[in-house]
Design a protein around this ligand. Structure first.
Ligand code: HAM
Length: 422
């Protein structure tokens, strides 16, 4: 034991769990390649104003959840990335990627940092997989992005997920709606909870997300965003829904869905999973055509994307019992020494096996044969290879199949031939 502990809201991932992570990441990557999404990796920190500008100064993320620091008194403020979209767009614009092709399809599996109160499903360092399609946000582009996300869930075997979807209209629609909400909620000011009161001036749309019982009652009578979305935007949204229908992706239209980041316009969506408890949002995303201009581009750049929390994804697959067949792959061969003096010979054997592409392990702690056999079984090794002084002299070793318990005496060449074919 040590008195040092992992920082609250962070966690270690030990080898047994890494197997699960690698499996999830493998599915994410494989499905990405089916759809033609290519991986992008951006720095873990960016200048703070990038996030203020893109996520929005009045959002919870920028207002209270960012890890921000100044490397020295004269340098620009820096923030650990709380999400990926801003950094990906920054990288896209910086490299001038638009000039190389009209549409780019990017995906990522990346660690992020938010100073939220840690609880189940909510950490201060967490991981997301996500995708950003930049250069198009037409209904087929939106459907493509949602299909990629849902395909990953389907391949993992997840059931009972709820895709909620809404249209936020364009910036002007949202502006009119925001004013209408302010006018509606203002007479209720004293009945609102503290966070909602704060949002009333700065970001009244977020009141719609409130889980507070009285606020929910008030929200029930609020004007709906749909009434403020113009017919052209509505028609485009209907086309998105049509594509989802064609691909047999179930969804629920939810006029109260807003999302906690400011860059969205038109289609926004979220996926909910009942097994996750209070933090039931598995992922979310939407269109963000105005973000490029916010970051200095001369024109709007159509774009759409999503992100899914990997820890929550892991929790969901675990709770739905979809991981039972996943176990760490033990070595093909565990070399068992009769006595510690043979360690050099055994190391040589391991080297020959590994050079031939056969996974091999041996005891490095000088333990008894019995302890070595226990270890061989524990690691899930498929064979034990016995090395005693007689074996070394003759160059013939006992190779035991640990599942059938059958044993043969073979020289190294025969062992390499037999296990190499495996
Ligand atoms: P977001 O809704 O803020 O969207 O995050 C997406 C997902 O990340 C959430 O649904 C959740 O699963 C996971 N997540 C968020 N915060 C935490 C946390 N503190 N602990 C564990 N998991 C968490 C975005 O980040 C947007 N960038 C998505 C996007 C991409 N929109 C367009 N492109």
């Amino acid at each position: 034991m040590t008195h040092y502990r992992a920082v609250k809201g962070t966690r270690d991932i030990f080898p047994e769990e890494v197997v699960i992570w690698q499996y999830l990441e493998g599915v994410v990557r494989r499905v990405a390649s089916l759809y033609g999404f290519h991986e992008i990796r951006t720095p873990v920190f960016e200048y703070t104003d990038l996030f203020q500008r893109s996520i929005g100064a009045t959002t919870d993320i920028v207002g209270k959840e960012m890890f921000t620091f100044q490397p020295d008194p004269r340098s620009r403020s820096i923030t650990l990335r709380p999400e990926m979209t801003a950094g990906v767009m920054r990288a896209f614009l910086q490299k001038g990627m638009a000039s190389s092709a009209p549409v780019h399809k990017l995906f990522y599996i990346s660690d992020l940092f938010r100073k939220e109160r840690p609880q189940a499903g909510r950490q201060r360092q967490f991981c997301q997989f996500g995708a950003e399609l930049i250069g198009a946000s037409s209904p087929p582009a939106v459907a493509e992005v949602i299909s990629y996300m849902m395909h990953v869930f389907r391949d993992l075997g997840l059931k009972g997920l709820k895709l909620r979807i809404n249209t936020l209209g364009d910036l002007e629609d949202r502006h009119r709606y925001r004013e209408a909400l302010k006018a509606y909620f203002s007479p209720y000011r004293d009945e609102l909870d503290e966070p909602s009161r704060e949002r009333l001036e700065k970001n009244p749309l977020r009141i719609l997300d409130s889980k507070h019982p009285r606020v929910r009652e008030i929200v029930a009578g609020a004007p709906l965003l749909t009434e403020y979305v113009r017919p052209e935007a509505r028609a485009e949204f209907e086309r998105v829904l049509g594509y989802l229908d064609e691909r047999s992706i179930d969804f629920v239209e939810d006029p109260l869905l807003v999302r906690g980041l400011d860059y969205y316009c038109h289609t926004a969506f979220e996926v909910q999973c009942d097994e996750l408890g209070a933090q039931d949002a598995l992922g979310g995303g939407g269109r963000y055509d105005g973000l490029a201009r916010e970051l200095g581009s001369r024109q709007d750049l159509p774009a759409v994307g999503f992100a899914v929390g990997m820890e929550r994804l892991l929790m969901a697959v675990e709770k739905q019992g979809l991981l039972s067949s996943l176990t760490a792959l033990g070595p093909e061969v565990y070399v068992v020494l009769q006595d510690a003096a043979l360690v050099d010979h055994a190391l040589g054997l391991c080297g020959r096996l590994r050079d031939a592409g056969i996974t091999a392990e041996m005891d490095l702690a000088g333990r008894s044969m019995k302890a070595q056999m226990r270890e061989a079984n524990k690691t899930g090794a498929r064979h034990a290879l016995f090395v005693g002084s007689e074996e070394v002299q003759k160059g013939v070793y006992g190779l035991k199949n640990l599942s059938s318990s059958s044993q043969e005496s073979l020289d190294l060449e025969a062992i390499l031939r037999q296990l190499g074919n495996h």
